[in-house]
Design a protein around this ligand. Structure first.
Ligand code: CAA
Length: 259
């Protein structure tokens, strides 16, 4: 797919998406958000895609936030619309995607950039990355789900400290508080994400999606236990369940079809 602000390609069932506005530190302007919405929808409906790695161009930034220059003249209604649309079409769409998304955080992940990483299911950071929600320095608050997802990931106390001080934290600190899953040298960032997705790729695709859905229902207080019960039941109807059990009994590796 050809985009103006993204590079996207599928290799060995992984969709690689790179936000490509290096001069603006990959800030999320409207066009980039629209392209992200498109590529997220593509990932969701394309059987060949088994997982997504999302990163930013260059060595300096993953994403330095929403594009501040674009909304400097906004009023309250426009601000609300920006947040709602962004949340619906991009941030919640990633979280609710049937495909696992890994954020490979290659530098600054600030404001909307950290919110984007937090919407992904797993975060890997390079050891030089810096993470923060600095919106209060602009007289704003996070608008792409940051108040909610940071609290879910690190708890109320740390979330309030990070958001109200606007302090950036290092990748090491982010790992310590559970904001990122792993910290690696910059040269190992993509390979670490691939290592994880290559394991996930060997598992039953529908079961992977169902498990993520139940976990997300839990953190969003959306009937997590009921979601789990129903999804558990549906798994029994899949060809992959039959294959998984047959493979176990026959002492061979399962070959899942995703059906
Ligand atoms: N929006 C638009 N442009 C941005 C940007 C952003 N979020 N972040 C950086 N840029 C641009 C700069 O304006 C600059 O462009 P010019 O060369 O044309 O002036 C270029 O990227 C390089 O940035 P700096 O010169 O500032 O680089 P630096 O090394 O001195 O500082 C930085 C790096 C600390 C990341 C700094 O750029 C910065 O603080 N950026 C803004 C971070 C921020 O406040 N993000 C939150 C945005 S609001 C938001 O995200 C709201 C929401 O939740 C929905």
């Amino acid at each position: 797919m050809a985009y103006q602000n993204l590079i996207s390609e599928v290799k060995e069932n992984i969709l690689y998406v790179t936000i490509n506005r290096e001069k603006a530190l990959n800030a999320l302007n409207k066009d980039t958000l629209a392209e992200l919405a498109d590529v997220i929808a593509y990932a969701g409906k394309t059987e060949e895609v088994r997982g997504v790695i999302l990163t930013g161009t260059g060595e300096k930034a993953f994403v330095a936030g929403a594009d501040i220059k674009e909304f400097s003249e906004y009023n309250g209604k426009q601000g609300e619309e920006l947040a709602k649309r962004g949340q619906d079409e991009v941030f919640n769409a990633i979280e609710n995607s049937p495909k696992p998304f890994i954020a490979a955080v290659n530098g600054f992940a600030l404001g909307g950039g950290l919110e984007l990483a937090m919407a992904c299911h797993i975060r890997i950071a390079s050891d030089n990355a810096k993470l923060g929600l600095p919106e209060v320095t602009l007289g704003l608050i996070p608008g792409y789900g940051g108040t909610q997802r940071l609290t879910q990931l690190v708890g109320k106390g740390k979330a309030i400290e990070m958001i109200t001080t606007a302090n950036m934290i290092t990748a090491a600190e982010a790992e310590k508080i559970g904001l990122v899953n792993h910290v690696v040298p910059p040269t190992d960032l993509i390979s670490k994400a691939e290592e994880i997705l290559n394991l996930v790729k060997q598992r039953a695709p529908l079961a992977v999606s169902a498990a993520i859905k139940a976990i997300i229902a839990s953190v969003n207080n959306d009937n997590g236990y009921t979601t789990e019960i129903e999804a558990f039941g549906r798994c029994f109807e899949t060809a992959d369940f039959k294959e998984g059990v047959s493979a176990f009994v026959e002492k061979r590796k399962a070959n899942f079809s995703g059906h």
